[in-house]
Design a binder for this molecule. Structure first.
Ligand SMILES: [Zn+2]
Length: 484
């Protein structure tokens, strides 16, 4: 995949890394992850990993168990840098009925994430330093690192710019009015000029409000058949095209959130070929589900942007393989049951994502494993792909989209002064996840750590599951269960 060099370049102002805590749990001073296959940006290899006081202190095959170490079994598993989610709705403050920072971080840890970026569409929104500090404070004792995105405009109203400088001074690196797109091109232009000066990135929820108005699912054959007003693909693509032009005009960086259409990816591919400073994420559900899921009018499948067609799903998968897509981000959007009860037109859009993302993404991109490939005994394991899958990516390719590449977009990577994204090597922060790529498990909404239950995978069997997660040297998830 092509590198994204401009992401590496900027780290002006104090980074969120300044808020790092020392590892909290003394009784886990030494942790050994034993018998797994390490997968990081440098490749795949059989290796044990020892973490002492929050830092990786040994990596290699056949290591001796240090005295007093907590041993985590990783046989037949992948050992990867902790995942980084660019798009989590923490719901706190204001939406605690749906989720809190604590419950979201527990769901994240169970999903293999050691960092999440909380979206600012809370109540009140994260459009000033006080609210940002409140959420960051709630994240201090959490089971993963909690970063936040700031709003682009005051109240996410799309009119006046939020105090981005004061938020950037707290280490905020991503700004977005997510939930809605910035409709006014002049406001977006000024925001990009300002963001360029600050060295921060603007995330766009691409949706033309006028074109999308009144729609509850993708506008196409299924919406016609079901008699449900639709949202045309053009509502997303218009704003993608506009923001590409504004990136060209201003030199400001745009990160496209949850892209869902083939047309959007084609636009992004062209912009990248031109060298414009744009990146793109897709959500696991858009890689796996189509608008046909709405056939039963089940509101759990209502999401914004909506589930699209098979053609779009295929294009998103191909975009992941081709490097057009930089990250898979969950858009984890918890809702209490009363917000999802009732007809499609009144139900809230959004679905859970953190605890199922690895399995859904590995399967959608053809990188889940039905039985691990045997190594050659010298520590080398050939990357495994599934012939005939739509995109057929290696697990390393998929984990790049879920860990080290989003870490850079979030400004949380080690080279940017952060502690996320690996690689797994001596001296690096002890943030990693252990994934069994072959485990089959049925999703039971009542057993999820999220406070909400709106998963589209209820009752379905997925392949691939996070077995353990280590955050700052602490085993926060062991044997799929959160430890606190
Ligand atoms: Zn959004």
């Amino acid at each position: 995949m092509p590198p994204v060099p401009w992401i590496w370049a900027r780290a002006s102002g104090p980074a969120m890394a300044d808020r790092r805590r020392t590892p909290a749990v003394a009784r886990h001073a030494t942790v050994m992850v034993r018998g797994g296959t390490v997968v990081d940006e440098t490749g795949e290899r059989r290796a044990d990993v020892v973490i002492t006081d929050g830092v990786v202190t040994a990596v290699g095959p056949g290591l001796e168990v240090p005295t007093g170490a907590t041993v985590l079994d990783a046989v037949d598993c992948l050992v990867a840098p902790g995942l980084v989610d660019l798009h989590t709705h923490l719901r706190q403050p204001g939406g605690e009925e749906a989720e809190t920072v604590e419950t979201a971080s527990r769901a994240a840890a169970r999903g293999g994430y050691t960092a999440v970026v909380g979206m600012p569409n809370t109540n009140p929104p994260i459009d000033n330093a006080a609210v940002a500090l409140e959420v960051l404070g709630l994240g201090e004792p959490a089971l993963c690192r909690v970063a936040v995105a700031g709003a682009i405009t005051v109240g996410r109203a799309g009119e006046c710019l939020a105090p981005m400088g004061e938020l950037a001074a707290l280490g905020v690196r991503l700004f977005t009015d997510d939930g809605t797109g910035v409709q006014d091109s002049g406001v977006m232009r000024r925001a990009l000029e300002y963001a360029r000066g600050l060295g921060v990135t603007l995330g766009q929820h691409c949706e033309d409000g006028d074109l999308a108005a009144g729609g509850h699912m993708h506008e196409g054959a299924w919406s016609s058949r079901l008699g449900v007003p639709g949202v045309p693909a053009a509502a997303e693509e218009l704003m993608v095209a506009r923001d590409i032009m504004l990136a060209r005009l201003t030199g400001g960086r745009v990160h496209f959130l949850h892209l869902s259409t083939a047309g959007s990816l084609a636009l992004v591919a062209t912009a990248k070929a031109e060298g414009l400073p744009v990146t793109a994420e897709v959500a696991p559900h858009h890689l796996a589900l189509t608008d046909a899921e709405l056939a039963g009018y089940d509101t759990v499948f209502k999401v914004n942007p909506p589930l699209r067609t098979e053609t779009d799903v295929a294009a998103l998968r191909a975009g992941c393989a081709a490097g057009t897509v930089d990250a898979v981000a969950t858009d984890h959007a918890p809702h209490p049951s009363q917000a999802k009860d009732g007809p499609l037109d009144t139900a809230a859009p959004g679905m859970l994502g953190l605890e199922t993302a690895v399995a859904v993404t590995l399967q959608a991109l053809g990188a889940e494993r039905d039985g691990m490939a045997e190594g050659d005994g010298n520590g080398a394991v050939p990357p495994t792909t599934r012939p005939g899958a739509a995109a057929s990516m290696t697990v390393g390719d998929v984990l790049a989209l879920m860990s080290w590449r989003p870490a850079r977009i979030a400004g949380l990577s080690v080279e940017q002064g952060g502690d996320q994204g690996g690689p797994i090597a001596v001296g690096m922060p002890g943030n990693l996840c252990v994934i069994d790529p072959a485990e089959r498990w049925e999703v039971d909404p009542d057993r999820l750590a999220s406070r909400s239950r709106n998963t589209p995978w209820a009752g379905r069997t997925l392949i691939g599951r996070v077995r353990h997660t280590v955050y700052r040297g602490e085993p926060v998830v062991v044997g799929t269960e959160a430890q606190r």
